[in-house]
Write a protein that binds this ligand. Structure first.
Ligand code: DGT
Ligand code: CA
Ligand code: CA
Length: 570
């Protein structure tokens, strides 16, 4: 069992118990355990299976939790979790994904209106039954309907990060089978889309029996949905589904190209083939009945007079124009990154000290970082007022002086308040090395006000960058309403940078906006927003989003050496 699955079980248990009205202390213990396990760098299953070790050696894991973890690993479930799932319908838990909907509200809807599905909820909201409940009201009812509409749009899609972790585990075991010659991920996963509808995997083998049997038996697989000679579809325990295709080696390139997609990209490739008197499908490129290409993707693209196109660009956006003109970008790679300019410490809602974050960053070969804890508006995270911030900065200076091999900048993640002022006064911001201005609250304000807020930040001479510019949370809430092009133009005019926040639930700027920022010559910074020493792991997802935007090393400011980057600071 993977750490993420154990973590999810505890999260689910906490949600269910909270809907059931359990006491807050127990819930907190389960949620803390969930977070700790999700961030744990080693396998919890390995710890359980090691006779000399026990989960109770980990921080925050007492006897009860250790027993539950062991039961989970050994049986795949928890009696208590099963019991709660019988008691509370899954639709009630699903409601928690809606913005503004906590377990208390879900419990009221369940008990008082007998709502057990999102469909029930929608009906009740439309019939204006919800506004009459205690603690609800007309506004809540409206935001429930809005949230439902948004959830429907993103239904069934999962974060790239969650999809990739599962795909990698399956890839790892199938690639070791003797009969498997080549293996590759395809589909949206290979294109690194921010969300993935289903996994697609491709194998070349002379016979599909062994890989298909192995997939059916894989620990992450719950059920085989369909199986034929060349195609198998399975459902994973997480609910994600996966298509496996097995083709002969001479078709590898053609199949990989076909199943990588996107559909829109493939339509153009197919049209180019037709224009050249060729026929193209997942088995190869054919002139009359003769295969003229198929073994590699390079061959397939060459057959239609194009260079190989990186999968991240295959969306029928600008890739064909670039390819035609020999102008495909050399996409940025994770190794190009030299600094990370957005992270938190125990001063606000991070879990590690300044020195620990610096040490972890150094281990990852970073040469400079900015510590950017929250400003006071974020009360949930004990955001910093001027006094605490100045003391924090003093501490940063001290750690910086004591630490060699990495530069630690004094930063702040400063809220842009609902009234279009900044959360900290100018004289304080002037003392920072690096100011990230962000929208956290009032994201539903009308566009005029959102623009006013962003422009206040952009025009402030102390603001270095706009962090997670739209404030969206993928699949959960849309970003603030804005005319991105107008905001980017203002940023370009005022020399303000733009962030790609690498967190898998943010990836904000998105690919399209980041490409627009590049066109305007705005320096882009890819940041992890790490809240723990393991938080740097998400960097790769920011890199993927940047690659989808066509960004090269030169477009991204935190690829610069410290000496070069220093000159960009205000
Ligand atoms: P997803 O799963 O919704 O995140 O997106 P994809 O792109 O992975 O789509 P999926 O899984 O339906 O199909 C994988 C690839 O296979 C897709 O990108 C292109 C190819 N493909 C699937 N069905 C068709 C089709 O009907 N026509 C063409 N040309 N290609 C297809
Ligand atoms: Ca797919
Ligand atoms: Ca598929």
């Amino acid at each position: 069992m993977q750490n993420s699955e154990i973590a999810r079980a505890f999260d689910d248990l906490a949600d269910l118990l909270e809907i059931d009205g359990a006491n807050a202390f127990r819930l907190r213990a389960y949620r803390n355990a969930s977070r700790m396990i999700a961030d744990l760098p080693e396998s919890m299953t390995a710890i359980v299976e090691d006779a000399d070790r026990s989960p109770s050696e980990l921080p925050g894991i007492g006897k009860d939790l250790a027993e539950k973890i062991t039961t989970l690993v050994e049986t795949g479930t928890l009696p208590q979790l099963d019991e709660m799932r019988d008691k509370i319908p899954p639709g009630v838990v699903e409601m928690l994904r809606l913005p503004g909907m906590g377990p208390k509200k879900a419990a009221i809807l369940f008990h008082e209106l007998s709502i057990t599905t999102l469909e029930d909820l929608k009906q009740a909201a439309e019939q204006e039954q919800i506004r009459a409940l205690k603690g609800f009201g007309k506004k809540t009812e409206e935001s429930i309907l809005e949230g439902l509409a948004h959830a429907q749009q993103s239904a069934g899609r999962v974060f790239l990060a969650d999809a990739k972790i599962q795909a990698d585990a399956i890839f790892e075991s199938l690639s070791q089978l003797p009969s498997v010659q080549q293996i590759a991920a395809a589909g949206s996963l290979r294109r690194r889309r921010e969300t993935v509808g289903d996994l697609d995997m491709l194998i070349t083998a002379d016979d599909s029996t062994e890989p298909m049997d192995a997939l059916a038996d894989h620990e992450l697989v719950e059920k085989v949905l369909a199986r034929g000679e060349t195609k198998q579809r399975v459902r994973l325990r997480s609910g994600l589904e996966m298509d496996l295709r097995v083709v002969p080696a001479e078709s590898y390139g053609a199949a990989l190209q076909y199943f990588t997609g996107s559909k829109a990209h493939n339509i153009v490739v197919r049209r180019r083939a037709q224009e050249r008197g060729l026929k193209i499908n997942e088995y190869g490129v054919f002139r009359d009945e003769d295969a003229v290409a198929g073994q590699t993707e390079e061959e397939v693209y060459a057959a239609v007079d194009l260079p190989w196109i990186p999968p991240e660009l295959r969306e029928d956006r600008r890739e064909f124009e670039w390819a035609e003109n020999n102008a495909l970008p050399t996409l940025i790679e994770i190794e190009d990154i030299r600094g990370d300019l957005h992270m938190h410490t125990t001063a606000t809602d991070g879990t590690a000290s300044i020195a620990d974050m610096a040490a972890a960053a150094k281990k990852r070969k970073l040469k400079y970082i900015a510590i950017t804890d929250h400003s006071k508006r974020v009360t949930m995270a004990q955001g910093l007022d001027a006094k605490r911030l100045r003391a924090h900065w003093k501490e940063i200076d001290k750690v910086n002086a004591e630490t060699s091999g990495i530069e630690i900048l004094k930063g702040i993640e400063c809220d842009i308040l609902e009234d279009a002022t900044l959360d900290l006064p100018d004289d304080v911001l002037a003392e920072a090395d690096w100011v990230i201005a962000v929208l956290h609250y009032g994201l539903k304000q009308p566009q005029d006000q959102i623009h006013k807020r962003l422009l206040t930040a952009i025009k402030n001479p102390h603001v270095s960058i706009i962090g997670h510019p739209t404030g969206r949370l993928i699949g959960k809430r849309p970003g603030a309403e804005m005319n991105m092009q107008e905001i980017l133009k203002a940023a370009a005019d005022h020399g303000v940078m733009m962030e790609i926040n690498a967190h898998p639930s943010r990836l904000d700027l998105d690919d399209v906006a980041a490409a627009a920022a590049k066109d305007l010559g705005i320096p882009i910074v890819i940041s992890t927003d790490a809240h723990a020493t393991t938080g740097f792991d998400v960097l790769q997802y920011g890199i993927y989003q940047a690659r989808r935007a066509g960004l090269e090393k030169k477009d991204v400011a935190n690829t610069k050496t410290w000496g070069q980057f220093k000159k960009l600071l205000r």
